[in-house]
Every structure is written in structure tokens, then in C-alpha cells.
Design a protein around this ligand. Sequence first.
Ligand SMILES: [Zn+2]
Length: 282
Amino acid sequence: MQQEPALEFSDWRKLWSLKVPPNIRNFLWRCVRYLLPVKEVLRTKHVVVGGGCSLCSSESETIEHIFCECPIACQVWGSHSILHEVSFVEFVKAELDNHDNDRALRMAAIFWTLWRVRNDLVWNGKSWSVSMIKAQVDVLISSWKQCYSSPESSTHDHTGGFVAAYAGRMNCARDPYLAETMAAKEALTWLKNRVMPNTIVELDCLNFCTNFNSQYEDFSYIGLIIKQCRVIARDIGDVHVCHVKRSANHVAHVLARAAGSFPVLTEWDTVPPDCISDLLLL
Ligand SMILES: [Zn+2]
């Protein structure tokens, strides 16, 4: 059932435009690519793990089981037959197709919460009641709707949920184009080390974006750095570089302005730095 599932799912545009925080989209992406470390996926990677489903302990812990077939999942969904004999990937695709009428949001919230509940049990020995899970699903759906359905946030696709940040001073160049290019290379290397595929890189340096996306070879010094950027982007996976006006990327601009006070390149994970925390939606 799990052979080549990656080939089945192709609705990436729908998935990446879902109005949920970027880390949730990334999580859904890992679900449909069968990359989530449920026990059956770990076994295919020769990691020895004992037991069945962490929640009901009766069936094998596959991705479709934990999100759609487990008795706990069925209670959260309020139905005994979620998949209706279609594959997990087909199910996700059908729910995403309906994302105007909230089904996609509900699916994302249920999957994400069940995964959290599963991990809380596995790693912290903490169990959630079905009513707690349902309440959490409702909270997520309403907060996503509030954050991502307002006119100004839906016009910008970078929805403002914090994943991580990276900033610092670079003593590299007086030429702004060269400085932007070296900063872009630094940022791409950082993304590569963090293993963040499917990334949209937005810059206000039009020269860099045009050159990066161009087919032509540029043998200048900057051209060679841009070529290195393309190689790094290819290693990362699906990376899109696009140009935005500085005003459309306010958070990055504020962070860059504050970077003068950071002594070295600094990274923030999960919790954003104070200078931008008020600007983020979640
Ligand atoms: Zn189960």
C-alpha cells in the first residue's frame, strides 16, 4: 500500500496555498510523501520499533491508520469510515479540493492534533481524551481562519506563522548587489542545513531574482555566486526564488534592521526574536 506514494500526490499547488501556518503545510507535505516517522515508516527504514499503533495499540501504526482508521481518529472525525475505500493520498487530495468549504482546514487540524497527541503519548506519557482532541481541533480551525482569512494576509501568501529566523552582520561588500547575493547564499545554506524543502525565497533584490531564475550563464563574480546558490537550491529540493517589494516583506526588513545589534549570525527556532514577535500572526 505504501509503494511509491510520492508519485500519486500531485496537487502541490493546492497544498502550498492552504491557508494554514507554513509548518502545518510542511507537515501535510510529509504526510502525503509518507515521510512522517510513524512506526511502519520507520520499519521501512530499518529502524527497530516495537508495538502497533501508539493510540489504540491494536493495529500497525501506518500513516493512514493513525489519521483515518484508528478508533481514536474515527471518534475525532465523527465517522467510522473516513477513507471510503480510497487511498490516503486520494483522500487528502479530495479534501484539499474542497478547501473553500473548510474541509481541508478540518483535515489539517485533525491530522496535526492527532500527531501531537500521538507524540505526547509516546514521548511524554501524556494522554488526551477525545473531547480534548476535538476542542483543540476547533481552536486550531478558528485561529487559522482568523489569521489567514483577513484581507491583507490573504493577499500576501507568506502568511506570517513563525518557523525560524536567521540574521546577522556580513562584512562582505560595499556593493549592495554583491551583499544581497552573498546574503542569499548564506540563507540558502542555512535552509539546506535545516532540511527545509519546498521553500519560497522572497527577496527585494530584483537583480538577484532575475539572475537566479535565468537560463543564461553569467561568468561574472556575482554570477558564479548565483550559480552556487542554484546548486544549493537544487540540493534543498523544491525552492522558488521570487521578487517582492520591501514593503511586502516587512518582517524580514525589521529583522535585518535589528541585525546590527546581533554580534554574530544568530538563529531563532520556534520562538521568534522580540523585534519581530509582534509582527507575526501566530
Ligand atoms: Zn490506532
